[in-house]
Design a protein around this ligand. Structure first.
Ligand SMILES: [Zn+2]
Length: 559
């Protein structure tokens, strides 16, 4: 085959790579050709170089792996983009280190209305629980708050609690708590969004949190300058994704405002990643408000920007005992957690969303929450008939033997995060593993068990809860170790891990015929890595870096 005319030549070719196509019929190749945003050929170097014309851009992969662009199945783009500018407290341990980090940061931000730290371990002070008094010792005269890595708990100093008007406590909805001290004042620990919302709002980033906090729209409408600043936060988040080889984002909070900002960026310079933004349904809403979800789905349905999903939180997290369990917590025998919806409320919601033909994704961490959500999906199937709904459950940190087969039976996608199991990456073993208790360990973070039972398993970071880097997630999945010798091995092979970040992610957004695989006719979304990922020892995987990210045929990141 000889192709010479400019009309036939590729816009871009990637050569000299170890191309892992994720296409079972043609699993490995050397090169890929791209034209008009789509893949036009995948094959040998010689065959692809035939498609090279005078204007063709050539990328030499230098023997590194070439993969479909990563599909991030669960993340929070807007807040993640904002947090890139906050104090990063991951890996900080002990009072001295915490004090130094906070004081150093404060000195660089003399104008900040509220100083915000991110990623602080629940055990930053060892066994001692953090209180406002610790933080007052560090920073007495300026408001400061810091969030746990899971973003479900924050700690604030007295100044911040006072300014937010919650020093004397406040009545909150179920699952939220301002922890009170023996002196009758807030102790400093704030559990879940309603508790720490008033503190975070003082940082002037309220619009960033709306999609997560209420699912509502900014009120008053932002000024042109505020909109521009918000677009820049989005741009920062999108660039961070492209830098990590990500070409598609399934966002897990949202509102119309986020879609508008992204549409404005799309119109101005084009998006560097494809983004799906859900409608966030909260427990204080009524079912008629789902009209807005349908409007969002109709209005935004391009290959670059889409909606079509309803995101729901059914419970909280294990570390603050807000996840809903079937049996009591191992370290709190009188407590199973408190759901954010009653089971019947959730059934009604699932039936109503499903009837609109929309997809549902529900945060369910405890096995009790997972069960209630599966019950809702089953009720929706009974009420509306079985269809290719691909409803999802997010996290599934604990499940039960009887619920495992229901994922495949009901066609429910298991959306799981390899960085999250305690001990796998950044999260310490305690207090979580004692809270779960050894009886539940075999079915904790049970990717393998769910996959073996026929479930579609997608992987993600839940950024900014965990670092966004999919390669770190792949390493964590491959190297996963049981907490006890008697627990089943839940690790994934490299190929399975890659699939969970590519083809399975495409399946989760009904796009497996257009992306997630390197195949002629598919979207030209790919990432070139710095080394051959198959020849890299598992413990060294984190050293493999994206060197070029291509989305829709355009280079969106180059190292
Ligand atoms: Zn999330």
């Amino acid at each position: 085959m000889s192709v010479t005319g400019a009309g036939h030549s590729a816009d871009l070719i990637v050569i000299n790579g170890r191309v892992l196509t994720m296409d079972g019929g043609n699993p490995v190749a050397e090169a890929v050709a791209v034209k008009d945003g789509a893949i036009i050929a995948v094959g040998s170097r010689a065959a692809i170089e035939e498609l090279k014309g005078a204007a063709t851009q050539v990328i030499d992969a230098k023997g590194g792996s070439v993969l479909p662009g990563f599909i991030e199945a669960h993340m929070h783009l807007f807040s993640g983009g904002a947090e890139l500018a906050h104090l990063q407290l991951g890996g900080v341990h002990g009072f001295e280190a915490l004090q130094k980090a906070i004081r150093d940061y404060a000195s660089t931000k003399p104008e900040a209305k509220m100083l915000v730290g991110q990623g602080v371990d629940y055990t930053v002070l060892g066994d001692e629980r953090v209180t406002r008094h610790h933080l007052d010792q560090i920073l007495p005269d300026r408001p400061f708050c810091m969030a746990a890595p899971d973003h479900h708990t924050m700690w604030a100093n007295t100044k911040a609690l006072d300014m937010a008007g919650i020093l004397h406590g406040r009545a909150l909805g179920p699952g939220n708590e301002i922890v009170m001290g023996e002196d009758g004042l807030a102790a400093g620990e704030l559990r879940e969004g309603e508790a720490f919302g008033p503190v975070l709002d003082l940082a002037g980033e309220g619009r960033v949190r709306l999609g997560l906090a209420t699912g509502g729209e900014p009120d008053p409408m932002p000024s042109a300058a505020e909109r521009a600043a918000d677009r820049d936060i989005m741009r920062r988040g999108l660039a961070w994704c492209a830098r990590h080889g990500i070409t598609s984002i399934q966002n897990m909070d949202g509102n119309l405002y986020q879609l508008e900002l992204l549409a404005e960026i799309d119109a101005e310079e084009g998006l560097p990643c494809r983004v799906q933004i859900p409608f966030h349904y909260k427990n204080f809403m009524t079912l008629d408000m789902l009209d807005k979800a349908s409007v969002m789905a109709e209005r935004y349905n391009s290959e670059w920007l889409s909606s079509g999903m309803v995101k729901v939180f059914y419970d909280g997290v294990l570390d603050s005992w807000t996840a809903v369990m079937v049996e009591p917590y191992a370290d709190r025998p009188d407590w199973v957690g408190e759901p954010l919806f009653t089971p019947q409320q959730f059934i009604d919601l699932a039936v109503a969303v499903d009837r609109r033909g929309l997809q549902i994704a529900v945060h369910s961490i405890g096995d009790g929450a997972v069960r209630a959500v599966l019950d809702g999906y089953e009720a929706a199937q009974k009420a509306n008939g079985k269809r290719d709904s691909r409803h999802r459950i997010e996290h599934i940190e604990v499940t039960t033997t009887s619920d495992v087969p229901r994922f495949a039976e009901l066609g429910v996608i298991a959306s799981m995060q390899p960085p999250h199991p305690p001990g796998a990456m950044d999260f310490p073993l305690e207090p979580t593993v004692s809270r779960i208790g050894p009886a539940r360990w075999p079915l904790s973070y049970a990717w393998r068990t769910l996959k073996n039972a026929g479930a579609h398993v997608v992987f993600a970071s839940d950024w900014p809860v965990s670092p966004i880097d999919p390669i770190l997630g792949i390493q964590a999945a491959v190297m996963r170790k049981p907490w006890a010798d008697s627990d089943p091995d839940q690790s994934f092979s490299l190929q399975e891990s890659l699939a969970a970040y590519t083809v399975e992610g495409a399946y989760a957004e009904f796009a497996e015929h257009r992306k997630g695989t390197l195949k002629s006719g598919y979207m030209a979304d790919l990432v070139v890595l710095s080394a051959d990922i198959e020849k890299t020892a598992p413990a060294d995987l984190h050293k493999v870096r994206p060197v070029t990210t291509i989305c829709g045929g355009k280079i969106t990141y180059k190292a």
